[in-house]
Design a protein around this ligand. Structure first.
Ligand SMILES: Cc1ncc(COP(=O)(O)O)c(C=O)c1O
Length: 450
């Protein structure tokens, strides 16, 4: 049996004809080799926070490459590496001065998990090995990150080889557990986490890992108010570290530089990637709190994780250029201000569609979930492949969005994710809204009847 990841597979977008061949990009637009132009409304998978072809970023990378591509971490430090560390600390908060640079989101999560384990070993609690994660979450494709991810199609071929983890329920106001009122969801979910910690035994739990705003696996799901703070209390009560996976929702995407800043919560460790380097070069980081760093440094002198390309000099130069622009042009503040307007505009454009069940998000991180029945919130039959259909209709209309499926229970559910660049103009955002409406209407009109 083949396990397909329908909305994500190349065939979902290209269906036999193959994918368009990318040629060049400028701002929010990407052009293919056949001369077609696409408005990149999702920034690929929520990556291109400054859009494409940014001349300042390209110039910074080129200048670095002309000097040297990479100074290997055991031989050298570098200006870009130290500048990027300073920019991250300035954006994330003074407590976050320790970090490990990597080449992407999975490595960032993998490093975060290892830092948590190292911390407990350093404290003399090496029995704390278990991670608790949530259903409908995605943390990456490396084996450790996959082991704490709940994305059925992507896990299936590897089941049996993944480290055992605990999963608590997803936390989704639109789809709360039966009998739980939306207003009671935060408390209910925090209690479920605490029960699982007690069941496993607090002395065996290393960390709770979660996406502050769930991305691809849930269709952009912000938490209910107060949830993160309650989880922080639970973790603190039991000596369990809190790891925030901010690979997709972080680095400003949700209108605060750290996604959890919005919730007023400081995690022990957080993972960033995607928007950190804006897609210009592969870049990510696991950033950890001073109190974690102190323990690790005292026992081991530093984190026992990293790779050949940790702190890659040109990648760090890309990150410095991107983060300097984000800061200088006050783009996180712009996302915070414009996000609610974008959400409202999508509401006006899509509100009359019976098949649109929920439009939600934070900042420039928005999900549109489709339902066969608005009243019962019943999803469409997976065999219809609605998300893939919307993705293909969008491509036809000259729009790149991010279709996803399985967000309800791992198999059922269809949604699209929008994540425009932070510097998209009002006119471009308006075009995204209009083309999204067109793509959804076209896909729905073409659904088989009955
Ligand atoms: C929340 C989250 N964590 C981790 C990852 C893995 O990142 P990468 O694909 O860069 O390895 C992703 C990728 O989509 C993600 O969305």
């Amino acid at each position: 049996m083949r396990h397909r990841d329908p909305a994500w597979s190349p065939s979902a977008l290209g269906a036999g004809a193959g994918l368009p061949r990318v040629a060049w990009g400028k701002g929010v637009y990407v052009h293919d080799s056949a001369g077609r132009r696409y408005l990149d409304a999702s920034g690929g998978p929520a990556v291109f926070c400054l859009g494409h072809g940014n001349e300042e970023v390209n110039a910074a990378i080129t200048a670095q490459l002309e000097r040297i591509a990479h100074g290997y971490r055991y031989s050298f430090t570098s200006d870009p590496l130290e500048e990027l560390e300073a920019l991250i600390t300035a954006a994330a908060g003074a407590a976050y001065g320790a970090m490990v640079f990597v080449s992407g989101g999975s490595e960032a999560v993998e490093s975060a998990l290892k830092i948590a384990l190292q911390y407990h070993s350093a404290r003399g609690e090496p029995a704390r090995r278990r991670f608790i994660a949530r259903r409908r979450s995605w943390h990456g494709n490396t084996l450790g990150a996959l082991a704490v991810s709940d994305f059925v199609a992507r896990r299936a071929p590897f089941e049996g080889a993944l480290t055992e983890a605990s999963f608590v329920a997803s936390v989704n106001v639109y789809r709360p557990p039966a009998g739980v009122a939306p207003a009671a969801l935060a408390r209910h979910a925090a209690a479920e986490l605490e029960a699982e910690i007690l069941r496993v035994g607090p002395g065996r739990v290393a960390a709770f890992i979660f996406e502050p705003v769930v991305g691809a696996a849930g269709g952009v799901v912000p938490p209910p108010p107060g949830y993160a703070a309650l989880v922080r209390e639970v973790c603190d009560r039991h000596g369990v570290l809190m790891i925030a996976d901010e690979v997709m929702c972080g680095s400003g995407r949700c209108g605060t530089w750290r996604a959890l800043e919005y919730d007023g919560v400081e995690p022990d460790i957080f993972a960033v990637a995607k928007g950190l380097g804006g897609g210009y070069l592969p870049l990510g980081a696991a950033v950890y709190h001073r109190r974690v760093a102190e323990v690790i440094d005292a026992a081991d002198g530093g984190p026992l994780t990293g790779h050949t390309f940790t702190g890659h000099t040109a990648a760090c130069a890309a990150g410095v250029a991107v983060q300097t622009i984000v800061r200088r042009d006050r783009l996180v503040e712009r996302v915070a201000a414009e996000g609610p307007r974008l959400l409202a505009a999508l509401g006006r454009e899509l509100g009359d569609l019976e098949a649109v069940g929920d439009i939600r998000g934070r900042g420039f991180f928005i999900g549109v979930e489709f339902v066969a029945d608005r009243a019962t919130r019943e999803p469409f039959a997976p065999a219809l492949g609605l998300a893939g259909r919307v993705g293909r209709a969008a491509v036809e209309a000259g729009l790149m969005c991010y279709p996803l499926s399985g967000n309800v229970d791992g198999v059922r559910g269809d949604a699209i994710l929008l994540a425009p660049p932070y510097n998209a103009t009002a006119a471009e955002l308006g075009e995204i809204v209009a083309l999204t409406g067109l793509a959804i209407r076209t896909a729905l009109a073409a659904l088989p009847r009955g």
